[in-house]
Design a protein around this ligand. Sequence first.
Ligand SMILES: C[S@@+](CC[C@H](N)C(=O)[O-])C[C@H]1O[C@@H](n2cnc3c(N)ncnc32)[C@H](O)[C@@H]1O
Length: 295
Amino acid sequence: MKILSFDEFILNSGISVPSFDEFKKLGDMTALFEREKNDFIQLNYERGPLLYAIISMLKPKNILEIGRARGYSTLSMAWALSDNNPSGRIFTIDPISIEKSSKLLLDDHTTQGSRYENSSIQKIWSKIAKKDWIEKIIPLTGFSGEIMQKTPFPEINFAYIDGAHFYSAVKHDFYSVLNNVGEDFGILLDDYVDRPQYGIKQLVDEQIDKHFDTSLIQTDRQNHLKNMLSLKDQNYGMVYFHSNSLKMPLKEIYTHNERTKAIMDYLKFEDRQRRRTLINDKVPFLKNIKFRFWE
Ligand SMILES: C[S@@+](CC[C@H](N)C(=O)[O-])C[C@H]1O[C@@H](n2cnc3c(N)ncnc32)[C@H](O)[C@@H]1O
């Protein structure tokens, strides 16, 4: 695996990326992170310009994003599409609907500062994103397992995998993306980090790195994660690879049986989780015994 700093990756891409301050404005409305009570940080905002550079390089027709949250990454990709590839579109999956109202953390750079406001992701987007960015986005509401099963996707040319982070979920997301790609595709995974309950590193180390030329991009320039979690392994970040580095045909490496098994293993889990959510909604006190699904 090649290890690159964020600045090296951007420089090597040859893409002229809008200023980081512009991404900060977008991030402050969609990705601000509360480290401790009333202590807000701009955690890994570098993913915005990184996605902008990758999308501008690849000019993908169809993008699939698993894990949208409040849409910082989605809007950064839509921005790049709008600047480079007007016909491209983004299918973006998350169990949280963009229409749902809830308390959202934001900072609109007014005197009010960082705060929680009752709003929906859709309303926030309409304030900060151009109309033609939003028109490129196709939000799909649900867990990746169910959405990937029931949606007839066109051939995907780029995927950003950033949904549930535990091993069987990331493995599912990777294999179900593979079921929807053609010959030419790029994939970016967030959170390659040695951290309990995070399975991205295991998946990349065991099943991706030997088949593709992978790049680990160190995007956390301010070392927020390292300082927050006292990480021992400094090599963490986002992992990018492209099909043009494949060493064997995709179908020979990841066999039909192997893909089906990975997908079915996770689907069983997701089904249990869905039933649990239904019970929680009916018997709210049980929520206290839930575990955190998306870590
Ligand atoms: C780390 S956040 C995504 C951040 C976003 N991609 C960005 O870069 O700004 C992870 C998101 O994954 C969503 N998620 C959790 N489990 C999921 C699943 N099984 N399928 C799709 N999304 C999932 C969560 O609701 C959460 O919004």
